[in-house]
Every structure is written in C-alpha cells, then in structure tokens.
Design a protein around this ligand. Sequence first.
Ligand code: ME8
Length: 664
Amino acid sequence: MSKPKYYLTTPIYYPSDNLHIGHTYTTVAADSIKRFKKLQGYDVFFTTGSDEHGQKIQNKAKENGVAPKEYVDHIVASIKELWKMLEIDYDCFIRSTDEHHEKLVQKLFTKLYEKGEIYKSVYNGHYCTPCESFWTDAQLVDGDKCPDCGRPTHIEEEEAYFFKLSKYRDRLLKLYEENPDFIQPESRKNEMINNFLKEGLEDLCVSRTTFDWGVKVPFDEKHVVYVWIDALSCYLSALGFDGEGGEKYKEFWPANVHLVGKEIVRFHTIIWPALLMALDLPLPKKVFGHGWILFEDDKMSKSKGNVIYPEPIIELYGIDAFKYFLLREFTFGQDGSFSREKFLHRLNSDLANDLGNLVSRTVTMVEKYNEGIIPAPKAEEEVDKSLEELAVSVANKVEAEMEKLNFSYALEEIWRLIRRTNKYVDETMPWVLAKEEKKDRLDTVLYNLSESLRIVSILIKPFMEKTSDEIRKQLGINTEAKWEDSKVWNSELASIIGNKVEKGSIIFPRLDIQKELVRLNEANQKLIERRTKKVGNGEDKVEENKEVVEEVKEEAQEITIDDFDKVKLKVAKVVNCENHPKADKLLVLTLKIGDETRTVVSGIKKWYSAEDLIGKKVVVVTNLKPVKLRGIESRGMVLAAEDNEGKLSLLTTLDELNDGASIS
Ligand code: ME8
C-alpha cells in the first residue's frame, strides 16, 4: 500500500541579509512536522527556498558593486550552510531564479492574461521601496509612512498589469466558511475578514517597469512580474509543476500546510487562493500564520543591534537544545519574547534536570544493580500502573497537539511523562530495594524506568533526533524508532529486556547561567559586529559564518595545562625587517631566538613599518608548522593583540629579557 502524501512549505526567504532566529523558527517548526509525519508513516515533501527578485535586492547588489545574481548566490550559499548546520531535512530548496521556476511564472502570467484575469492599466499609489509594497491611504501611518517599516513612502504612477483580485472576495469568504481550518489560528482568519475582505478587495498590481531584476512578462518585456505571483508559485515549481502537470506535483499538490509568519498571512490566504482559483488549480488545505519572535519584547532589527543569530547558540549548546527551546518556549500561533536567560533556564530545568538526569540515573542504576543488563519485570506494585498508563497515553496526546501544530503543548505532554518517571525513582527508591535485597522488585523498577525512557526516545524523535538516538544507544537499542511502538508498554516487538546499557556522556550538562550569559552574549555581539561591518559580498558571509563558528567553538572549549604546554612560546629579537617583495600586507622579519635565527612572515604591515620593529623584542610561537607565504617560508608566528576597533599591537615582555627566554 502506498503511503499517504504530505506536502508542507516554509516561506521562501529574501536573501537580502543573513537569516536570524525568526526565520530559523519557521524552518525548525517545518522540519519537526516533516519528521513527525514521516514517523507516522507519511510520504512527506518539504519545500523551502529563497525569494530573489525585486527592487530591494537589486539596490543592495548595486550598493555592493555586484550583479544581483552574484549577490544572491552568495547569501543563498550561507542560508544553505545554516540549514545544513541545523540538519534541516528539506526536499527542495527552490530559488525564484531557478530557470524552471521562471518559466512557470511566465506561463502562469500568460495564462491569466489570456483568460482575462490580468489586464493592463495605470498604477498610482504610495510605494515603499524597501518593503516593495504599495499601500492604500487607509493603510499608511502618520500620513505617508509605510505600515511595515515606518519609512516614508512616495507616490508612483506607472503602467502596470493588474490581477482581478476584487472579483474573488465572495469566493474567498465562502472558502473560509466551508473550510474552517483553512486559516489557522482562528484569530488570523478574523483579521483577514475584518481588515481586508469586509471592505471589499482592490485589484492587485502584478507587474513593474521601474526595475528589471525579475521575471519578464513574456508578451510585454518592459514589465517584470511583481512579487507575489513570482514568490507564491515557488510552491508549485518546487514540485516540478510546469503549468500542466509534473510527477511530484501530481503526488503532492495541494499542500497540506503553508507555514508562514503572521505578516504574510494576507498574501497566502487572499492572493494565493484567488490566483489558484483563477488558474483552476486546487487550493492548499491550510495556511498557518505563526507569531513573531521578539527580542525582549522588541522587534528584532539590525539597526537596533538586537538581532539574534542562531549560529552561536547552536555551536555552544547543540541543535537539539536550540530546537527544543524554540518549539517549547513559544506558543506557535502567538508572539513570544526571546531572552538568553529564558533559553538557559529551559536548558537547565527541562533538559539537564529532567531529561538528562533521568537518562543518567536510569543507566547508572541498571549498571550498578544488574550488571548493565535491563531486567525483565517481576514483582509489580500499584505505583507502576500510573507510570505505565501515562506512558502509553502520551503518543495520542502528541498526535492531537501536532494536528493543531501546538508544538509547545506536544512537548509539555512528553515532559509530563519524563517528570513522572523521575518522581517514580523517588517513590520506589531503588537504592533502598538494593540494600534490602528485594531483587524482584528492584528488577521491575529498573525495567519500568528503562521502558519509560524507551517510549520517551520515540516521542522526542521528531523534535530532537540526536538526543533520541543517544538515549536509544544508551539503552542498547539498535533498531529504528517506530511511532506505534510508543503506544505499547512492555511491547514484545520493541522489547528491551536483556539489552546491555551503554553509559555515555551526560546528554545535557547543567550550566552556570551567569557564565553562559556572558559567553552567549559575546558570541552574538561578535557576529553582529562582523555582519554589520561586512555587508554585501556573500562569499565573505559563508567564510565569516565559518570563522565565527570556529571562534565560538574555541571559546566553548576549555583546554588543560597539557594542551597549553603544546604551544612553545619564546622571546625573540627582531634583527632585521623588510617589506615582502610580493605582498602588500606582509613584513618579513628575521628573528634571533637565543642561538637560533629564523624568518617569520607576518601580516602586520598595516600597523608597523620595518624600521619600527628592528631591535624590538617580540613573542613568537616556535613550534608552528612552517608555511610558505607568497614564496617565503615562515617558521613561526609573532603574537599580537587586537582591540574591538581593529587596532593591533605586538606582544612583548614587561621587563627587558634576553631573546630565547621561554614563556609559560
Ligand atoms: O516575507 N519571528 O521573506 P522574509 C518569527 N519572501 N518568524 C520570523 C521572524 C520573527 N521575528 N522574522 C522572519 C518574505 N520570520 C517573502 C516570503 S513566501 C511565498 C515569500 C519568518 O525573508 C516568518 O516565517 O521577509 C516570516 O513570514 C518570514 O520569515 C519572512 O521572511
């Protein structure tokens, strides 16, 4: 029997800047839905991507002196890097510049025109360039300001094509009425009806002539297709739809759910279904408009310097802690406020104290009291029943919550079981049973703890795959987790009796919150500074992601004195210094280190001239592997400090010392 199909999408994000925790939120949620549905036996297709056309991107590329495609190519590479880091399991990353997508847009546009759904006229309206949006008088704030970004708009008048959106008002209202789940959560539906449909819809401007970075209208090439027809039809081209059919399209369309942020619900629940109606194509089943992640109750923005990037968090605490926090802390449909304290508290309470602790004490006790073998249950008592009943009931509750995309409630149900199991340890006191040599009862308790954890390992899999795998490994389970196995206690098919447990490292160590706050804040600030300095060149962005990740990793890693001892540091005297003949930024230093003389090439010419250095004492790493820098072999590295304004200074000793002196 073929598996039921499930198609879900995230928005295709603008590659105008690095993505932040908000974009990551939607993508992580989609990824968990995919994993959950897969575990339930669905054949899932998950699309994400990038929305690359438009004036804003064209302007940004110009500012940076590169062609638009070159500009987006680099940022898209860094977006893909981020999804890879988060192990996002998407099936298609659609780029609106993909050739087959552009062809589809042209086909759909032409079809709409031929059907009389699109007509040519003149547009006259308030336009916000950064947001690429026209606004009606009623929508503007403080006279002429854009309601989205608050910047001034200006009047634009131009020849344009229009889609007859106005005629779909009644059909849209009927759609909402007949499909109460089409817009979720419910409050967003009311917003759409009251704010947009009640007053009646205006036709929609769907082409522009003032910029050319877009898909050309095939029968009128001075126009490019403007925003939404281009962006929304990505959901179809991702399935290989060519205007008529396509294999994946036939299997997966209509989408089960489009996940979007609340600010673009309007486009997905008014324009998108109207376009599909006009094209006689089936409509998606659901659009879920989730809330925004704010930073300490404020909207994140680069200019306020309060953008939270996911990379440092992931590097310091791992993918699972990050995903768990996003999905557990915020109610999906509502706005939520991010703070580092909240993140660290959740880590300590839910992951270290509740889950980590349960895994570690269970495995330790099986090792200690039964030579590492999970025993069969023997003497039962009343208290076992309540644990067992709760454990087998959680999967159904998770299913019900996931149906409504209530991630936080689904996780809360799972944590109820984890906490109940921890309480069971306190109630049954296995250490007392061991002392009193009540072996049969002890076996049952050890079994029940392990069995409860087996069930937990399945339940958390869609949200925290690595942790699920780790728990299963520690329980000696080497089979794939199956969702149905979480509904049966003492399941014969998924039996763990006789398994040898394998104690691993602590899965979530307890953190010193004050210390971590400083680390987390510094890592994010560093990234913000770099990203603010280096706008533009996306290649830098990919590199810079890697650099920062490396730095954060280094910061996260404590070293022992033995590690430090590996680095041999000495005082050296600069006996000669010359400009590198083939490089603008390099100086070639001749260093005397005791009896030895060696050449070191250093990139410090911006701060020092050759004369500044001759006769000076510096600190050099002597056991660094030699490298050739522009043809000259460098044997060692001189040390320098750099402050946050980029000023650099070479290190030396406080008192005059002979060269060759060791540093430790
Ligand atoms: O709107 N909190 O792209 P975009 C939660 N290209 N989610 C957030 C968020 C925040 N603070 N910030 C961003 C576009 N998001 C269009 C979409 S779709 C056919 C075209 C998430 O780069 C959220 O999902 O501005 C939001 O809808 C999306 O990123 C906006 O991404």
